[in-house]
Ligand binder design. Structure first.
Ligand SMILES: O=C(O)CCC(=O)C(=O)O
Ligand SMILES: [Fe+2]
Length: 547
């Protein structure tokens, strides 16, 4: 059905307005429209839709909860069987059991409401992420009190959320005198209080009565979970929610190399990201490593024109600065003493980590090579953020030229047609806006979003199945390592190999010098070293890729 609909929508002469959707629940319709408007930087127009989506979601949760109090036979047969043992007790046990079922059902309403019709998995953190968008959109149009109410509501879910705390301080500073009574939204306060009360009872029952409880929320405070259960639940949480439904083709090869990298976890798979060949993995870099790479980007930028490092207006938007550093340039700068060599080395190592993971996850049978590696920072230009309509990076496909009107994608130049998998390894989250989003091929309907943070990798196939863009960075500086992989060895990134050789060269030279005392021992300037590496490779330098 969905495919047919998509086909009709793409047909010439058919307009979107020709369709009346009688199936999509109103909160999803409002949610999608709001994302579309936000994607077009129409914060003012998006606000009523965002509010409608949030209120619609809360109303939907209420109506779902009301359905939980029906007679016992409404419960699934499987559960009955599973918990049948409890039925041998007396009246009090039966009442307790019934009440627990009601609570379990009510808690499930959050996931049900967050699951798009026809999809298997809920959008993670549906309510908090709507509140985040609300506070950002209110801030963009200058409604600071409402921005405050919404960011305070985010903090009810996540009291330690650094980005929310920072935004709160900024709003406070901008507002000066606070309106008396300004606090988190009442609807959200009520929702959380009630939900916590229920969770407390369900965790008690889980610990003492051996009943089931799959907490749908990642925000539940640890303090509320009985200590004896925490470790086990943390493990379950990591597996959830694809543990029972995801078919696991060749799980061993799939995970062998991934698990070699300690601390890396799969946070969202393609299903959760509402698409195919997409994944979010966390833990690829430690905070200290992110710090080193951020410092590298900063030092290279600080060296400015002298170093040949390119800091300029973004090629995608006039409202942001854009700095891009290649691995070879990083190593050259390190050799010239302009940046620390630790950063340059880590840049190579991190890109290799990404390659290993991307290959293990998407292409275990066929080697992937890096075709381009780019450390990219996008910075909001202060004073130019009012009513921005543009994106930090417009919707595009990495290996073909997308025609959003027809949904077709032309695999021909100027597209980098040999790109097979893309990866973005994020280094920070202390900026506003800048989420990555995926869309349908119409470049309008947002299907998933990813919030950057240190050590988070979003990896995806580079074809038409993954159109994506980046929302405007409206405050601060967003840095990430962008990488593209190819199956074609002839498109392997030559500069990456050169950079690696250059890094190893001093040791090799020492050895060579010992063996060949007749060689001129005078140190070479970096540029001549580079020249020699290129000669060794025996090929003329290829024109480097751009974004
Ligand atoms: O930085 C990101 O999140 C994505 C960038 C991107 O899509 C690109 O450079 O092609
Ligand atoms: Fe891209």
């Amino acid at each position: 059905m969905r495919e047919d609909m998509a086909k009709y929508r793409r047909m010439r002469g058919v307009r979107l307005q020709s369709f009346r959707d009688l199936e999509t629940p109103p909160h999803w319709a409002a949610y999608d429209t709001s994302l579309e408007l936000l994607g077009r930087q129409e914060a003012g127009l998006a606000l009523p839709k965002l509010e409608e989506a949030l209120q619609g979601s809360l109303a939907e949760i209420e109506s779902c909860r009301a359905g939980c109090e029906g007679p016992e036979q409404q419960q699934g047969a499987e559960e009955e069987e599973e918990e049948g043992a409890g039925r041998q007790g007396g009246l009090y046990e039966a009442i307790a059991e019934h009440w627990i079922r009601v609570l379990q059902c009510r808690q499930r309403c959050v996931s049900d409401t967050a699951t798009r019709p026809g999809r298997s998995f809920p959008v993670l953190d549906f309510l908090p992420s709507q509140l985040r968008r609300l506070h950002e959109a209110h801030a963009l149009v200058g409604n600071l009190s409402q921005a405050m109410e919404n960011v305070l509501s985010v903090l009810l879910f996540y009291p330690e959320d650094e980005a929310a705390k920072k935004a709160l301080n900024q709003y406070q500073a901008q507002l000066g005198e606070l309106r008396p009574g300004l606090g988190p939204r009442e609807d959200i306060q009520r929702f959380i209080l009630r939900s916590l009360g229920e969770k407390r009872q369900l965790y008690y029952a889980l610990e003492h009565l051996g009943t089931n409880f799959q907490d749908p929320d990642p925000w539940t405070p640890v303090a509320l979970i009985p200590e004896a259960l925490r470790e086990k639940l943390r493990e379950d949480q990591e597996k959830r929610p694809w543990d029972h439904e995801l078919p696991q083709p060749k799980p061993l090869t799939y995970w062998k190399d991934v698990l070699l990298l300690e601390g890396v976890t799969l946070t969202q798979d393609a299903r959760q990201l509402n698409g195919s060949e997409r994944a979010v993995l966390d833990g690829l870099l430690t905070p200290a490593e992110c710090g080193i790479l951020l410092q590298l980007a900063k030092d290279a930028a600080g060296a400015g024109a002298r170093s040949g490092y390119r800091g300029r207006r973004s090629p995608h938007t006039p409202h942001e600065h854009f700095e891009g550093l290649t691995v070879l340039k990083a190593v050259q700068l390190a050799q010239a003493g302009t940046v620390g060599s630790q950063g340059a080395k880590l840049l190579l190592e991190a890109s290799e980590r990404v390659r290993t993971l991307t290959q293990a996850y998407f292409s275990p049978e066929r080697p992937l090579h890096l075709s381009f590696t780019h450390l990219v920072c996008r910075s909001a230009i202060e004073g130019e953020q009012e009513q921005r309509m543009d994106l930090s990076h417009p919707v595009h496909v990495d290996n073909c030229v997308l025609d959003p009107d027809t949904g077709e994608c032309w695999r021909e130049p100027p597209a980098y047609t040999y790109r097979d998998y893309s990866g973005v390894l994020y280094l920070n989250d202390d900026f506003q806006g800048g989420d990555l989003f995926f869309t349908e091929p119409n470049a309008l309907t947002v299907t998933a979003q990813v919030r950057p943070r240190c050590g988070r990798l979003v990896a995806f196939s580079s074809g038409v199945e993954n159109p994506h863009g980046v929302w405007a960075v409206t405050r601060g500086r967003r840095c990430a390592l962008a990488l593209w992989h190819t199956w074609a060895p002839e498109h392997r990134e030559q500069e990456w190999t050169e950079a690696k050789q250059l890094l190893q060269e001093p040791e090799e030279e020492d050895e060579e010098d010992e063996e060949m005392p007749s060689r001129d021992p005078s140190p070479e300037p970096p540029s001549r070293r580079l020249q020699r590496v290129q000669d060794k490779a025996g090929k003329p330098p290829r024109v480097r890729e751009e974004l």
